[in-house]
Design a protein around this ligand. Sequence first.
Ligand SMILES: *Cc1c(COP(=O)(O)O)cnc(C)c1O
Length: 388
Amino acid sequence: MPRANETSIFTEMTELAHRTGAVNLGQGVPDLAAPPQLLADVADAVLAGRNQYPPAAGHPALRAAVAEHQRTHYGLALDPATEVLVTTGATEALAAACLALTGPGDEILAFDPCYDAYPADAGLSGASLVAVPLAVAGDGFALDLDALRAALTPRSRLLLLNSPHNPTGKVFMPDELAAIAELCVAHGLTVVTDEVYEHLVYDGARHLPIATLPGMRERTLTISSAGKTFSVTGWKVGWVSGPAELVAAVASVKQWLTYASGAPYQEAIARALGTVDAWAAELRATLTAGRDLLAAGLGAAGLTPYRADAGYFLQADVRPWGFGDGLRLCRQLPELAGVVAIPTSAFQRGADAAPWLVRFSFCRRHEVLAEAADRLAALADAPGRGPA
Ligand SMILES: *Cc1c(COP(=O)(O)O)cnc(C)c1O
């Protein structure tokens, strides 16, 4: 079962930020603008009275928009009537998928570090989460295929993939996805893939849904959400798509979790999804510049963050600051620098975890990141910094 204290580090760090006035780069809550047309469309829908239960599977316009999005972006053909389900955020889709497809005795594989909902979802369904460590490779993170192979057992039921990946900012490469797909086909694994950062991929990197690989469409549930794409994390509108029988299994659980939600948001998001490319290009430019601002601040303070090709977060090894334990550093960082971050150990389950990693979020306005960067850079001149 999920442990009662599992989210305590987020609560602790948020409270620390409030108490000390530190710049909070802990949780991934963006303070960036959402598309004005989307906001206006939601306001109109609320005032027009579209405030009652939407269809359990989601507004037909949103289901159609998701199918169209998958077709135009990735060449995936989906029947919006049976192969797309709207959920209360990606979070509900993940939980409902785990509950629908796994139970006691089953093993769910996930790359480590992983998003904190995954072990909780495994716990809810009575399955166990098997953490497969990602390897540190140069300035980034890589698939360790031998570790994945070694983690497979006759009880392996599901692979929970997350690309682009939180917390590392890794985008799985086509050859990595091909190797994963081959193993999943050979072992009859179902894949649940969390692609909420699909549009937040930077520089030359490219998002490739694993469902597009040979043999994968029929065994993959693909999850995404409006929260990250449109900077509206408080709305909790997500969706899952895939073969009809897998989507139906998720729907049978989802109906008893929330039944349906977000009526006035769904139609508006359907419209926004149709024109997502122009919006996403702008958001990527903002986030890339924010990432680079923060990276420069960390660099000036003596840390070299890992490459983040996607998402909201930078990882840094804090050993150059004299800390072997990211949690201990994070508890002192508000005092030392006036900044709050989250120890990556909050996302690590594996035995070979690297406790010196710390996660800094850059989904913030540039003035906030510039302030954080200045504060961090000042650490370089602070007398007596280092191991306490
Ligand atoms: C933010 C996030 C989610 C949650 O998405 P919601 O749509 O807000 O429920 C799921 N997975 C990952 C990896 C995330 O970073």
